[in-house]
Design a protein. Structure first.
Length: 486
């Protein structure tokens, strides 16, 4: 099982790396074509797309959990297919409702939230309404993708994500070079969501065709709606806490200033999103093995070590060389104010990567209610931290607030998983200890050391993580009988 998850995770990572590379090439071109202010609006549009996790009411994740657990229990594929296509139909209906809501709210967002006027306001309004039109297609696509993840079709997903990433960023770049109008650039981004839907529904029809004579079980539908209902709370509050900072900043600062925060944030999250991508492979496996604690323990042992050896060197290297990297990638004037923001966000991204483990574990066992309640607890804390941080430190304070909130989230998730999963307590405790050590090393190297000593210790740590990663691959490659154990 660990080998299968590792194989699926590698496919996910490959697809994510292609998407990252395309984004790294596209953003400087967009900055040159549109300018900092319009690029800031474009990143806000990306934030709205990220916030679309709210719109599916948790049903795409519910499909992943239900499909994987149902097939693990021996349910017929025909029954599973009936449920899947019923839920995708519901998602399309929900998408129409959200379309109307965003179309109606777009003028308020442009005028009151983004504080735009004149030509920029007209362009942004056009772009937001184009995004609204794409919502039903995007929700149907997320349902299909959630089902394919439940079927553990990660190779298929990754192979198709690669050319689709080129389209997702390439089409807005082409439009920006021809016509530097942010409305049409966002509309090009929205158009790619329609192509995504057509692609994933075709793949799903091939792998899990619907039989007209079989109807979805009411019990299965109630389970999916109940799971998705609690998950929709997380899908509301989670993206809100991820993206609320940029919208709060947009209400206080001009778009060009907001870009000093949003560009490092989006780039860092894409560059270090490998663990979250890997969790997409881990989640259905944990759901499938929820009745076998020994198998779940082996999966967690692999995942915790993978988070440290994959993410720590990435965030450490980017944090140490943040200023020269930003200066080369964008320009020196942009790198100055963006560097402290990026360094603070990186430690939060590492903690957030680690938090995906207990988050996936709790939801794989059907406890989406617990993750939702934790998010409800964290929301007011984050609001206070965000307002205070921005008041005292500006955009750097927003990065500090986000990182502190992520640290609280990780601590609460591990504590809840430890309390609920008695057979896994030892592994979870070991994982927390390893993560605390990794965070201490990051803070020491980035903020306490300078010059040759900082570079030398960074090199040693990166080499150690690479060696550990190669050792894990050797233990889990096909033909090797010994797997990583707790």
């Amino acid at each position: 099982m660990s080998r299968k998850v590792a194989h699926n995770a590698l496919w996910n990572v490959g697809g994510q790396l292609v998407s990252l590379g395309v984004g790294l090439v596209a953003l400087p071109i967009l900055l040159h074509a549109l300018g900092a202010a319009r690029l800031g609006v474009f990143t806000l549009a990306l934030g709205l797309i990220g916030f679309s996790g709210l719109f599916d009411l948790g049903l795409s994740r519910a499909l992943t959990q239900t499909v994987s657990s149902s097939l693990g229990l021996g349910r017929s594929r025909a029954q599973v297919a009936a449920l899947v296509w019923r839920v995708i139909g519901l998602l399309a209906v929900f998408g129409v409702l959200w379309l109307v809501a965003l179309w109606w709210a777009a003028p308020f967002l442009v005028d009151r939230l983004f504080s735009l006027s004149g030509e920029m306001a007209r362009e942004t309004l056009f772009g937001l309404r184009a995004l609204a039109l794409s919502i039903p297609f995007a929700l149907a696509a997320t349902g299909a993708m959630g089902t394919l993840e439940g079927l553990q079709q990660f190779r298929l997903l990754s192979l198709w994500r690669m050319p689709m990433s080129l389209l997702q960023f390439g089409l807005p770049v082409i439009v920006a070079l021809i016509r530097p109008d942010i409305g049409w650039v966002i509309a090009a981004l929205a158009a790619t969501r329609v192509v995504w839907m057509a692609l994933w529904l075709m793949q799903l029809q091939r792998l899990l065709p619907r039989e007209q004579s079989i109807r979805a079980s009411r019990g299965d539908l109630r389970h999916a709606l109940r799971f998705g209902g609690w998950l929709s709370v997380s899908n509301l509050i989670g993206p809100l806490m991820v993206y609320a900072d940029r919208f709060y900043l947009a209400s206080l600062f001009p778009p060009a200033t907001v870009a000093y925060y949003t560009v490092p944030f989006d780039t860092a999250t894409r560059a270090t999103s490998l663990p979250q991508t890997a969790m997409n492979a881990l989640f259905p496996a944990l759901a499938e093995t929820q009745a076998r604690p020994e198998a779940s323990t082996r999966l967690l042992a692999l995942a915790i070590r993978a988070v440290v050896v994959l993410v720590l060197p990435a965030v450490l290297v980017v944090a140490v060389f943040a200023h020269p990297l930003l200066a080369v990638w964008l320009n020196a004037s942009f790198a100055g104010p963006a560097t402290p923001v990026l360094q603070l966000l990186l430690i939060g991204i590492f903690l957030n990567s680690a938090a995906h483990l207990p988050y996936a574990l709790l939801q794989a066992h059907g406890r989406s209610d617990l993750t939702a309640k934790l998010h409800l607890l964290e929301l007011p804390v984050f609001a206070v931290l965000l307002v205070a941080g921005v008041h005292w430190f500006g955009i750097t304070g927003a990065a500090l607030a986000w990182t502190l909130r992520v640290a609280l989230d990780a601590a609460l998730l591990y504590l809840t998983a430890w309390w609920l999963q008695r057979p896994l307590r030892l592994m979870l405790a070991k994982g927390v200890g390893l993560l605390c050590l990794a965070c201490a090393v990051f803070l020491l190297v980035v903020y306490a050391l300078q010059g040759p000593l900082q570079l030398a210790l960074t090199g040693v740590l990166v080499a150690t993580c690479v060696f550990a990663a190669l050792h894990m691959l050797r233990l889990n490659r096909p033909g090797t009988h010994k797997e990583i154990t707790p």
